[in-house]
Design a binder for this molecule. Structure first.
Ligand SMILES: [Zn+2]
Length: 156
C-alpha cells in the first residue's frame, strides 16, 4: 500500500517482525530508493509529518518494543535514550568472568570487587592464596601474564 506523508512517494510493506532485534520493521520502496525502518519510527514520522533526524530515536515508553501504538511512543534524543538504557541496565549487577593468573581457575566476581574498579590492584585472583603468590612474583620482578585475567563482562 501507499505510505503516508512524509513517505508518500513510497510504497509500504510490512510491518514485519525482526527476529534478532525483536522489533517490527517496515520496508519503504520507491522507484529510486528502498529502505527499511523501525515501524515505531515510521509511525512517529507520519505523526510529526516529517522525516526524523538520525540522532532522534523513538522510544517505547513501556519498554515493550513490540507495542507500536502512538500513545506508547516518544521521541528522544540519542543521549536521552542512552541515559534511559543505562538506568535500566543498572538494576542488574555487573559481573566479570575471570581467569586466575596463578592457578588458571575460571571464576566470576562482581565488577566492583575487581581491579577494574579497585585501581590500587593490578589483577584479580581466585583466592587470597593466589593473590599472595602473584603479588610476590610481581614484587620480585617475575614476568606474570595478566593479559588473560579478564575474560568478559556480563550482567545478572
Ligand atoms: Zn587461583
Amino acid at each position: 500500500m501507499q505510505a503516508s506523508y512524509p513517505y508518500d512517494k513510497y510504497k509500504l510493506y510490512g510491518p514485519y517482525f525482526h527476529k534478532v532485534e525483536k522489533r517490527n520493521y517496515v520496508m519503504l520502496v520507491s522507484k529510486e530508493h528502498r529502505s527499511t525502518t523501525a515501524y515505531a519510527r515510521y509511525l512517529m514520522a507520519v505523526h510529526l509529518k516529517r522525516i526524523l533526524a538520525k540522532e532522534e530515536q523513538v522510544d517505547h515508553i513501556d519498554g515493550n518494543c513490540l507495542n507500536d501504538v502512538l500513545d506508547n511512543l516518544q521521541l528522544l534524543s540519542r543521549l536521552d535514550n542512552i541515559k534511559k538504557s543505562i538506568v535500566q541496565n543498572d538494576m542488574r549487577r555487573c559481573m566479570v568472568k575471570l581467569q586466575c593468573p596463578n592457578c588458571g581457575k575460571i571464576f566470576s566476581k562482581e565488577r566492583r570487587n575487581t581491579h577494574l574498579v579497585i585501581t590500587t590492584r593490578k589483577f584479580t585472583s581466585c583466592s587470597r592464596h593466589c593473590m599472595g603468590i602473584i603479588a610476590c612474583k610481581l614484587q620480585m620482578g617475575v614476568n606474570c601474564d595478566l593479559s588473560s585475567n579478564v575474560i568478559e563482562l556480563f550482567k545478572v
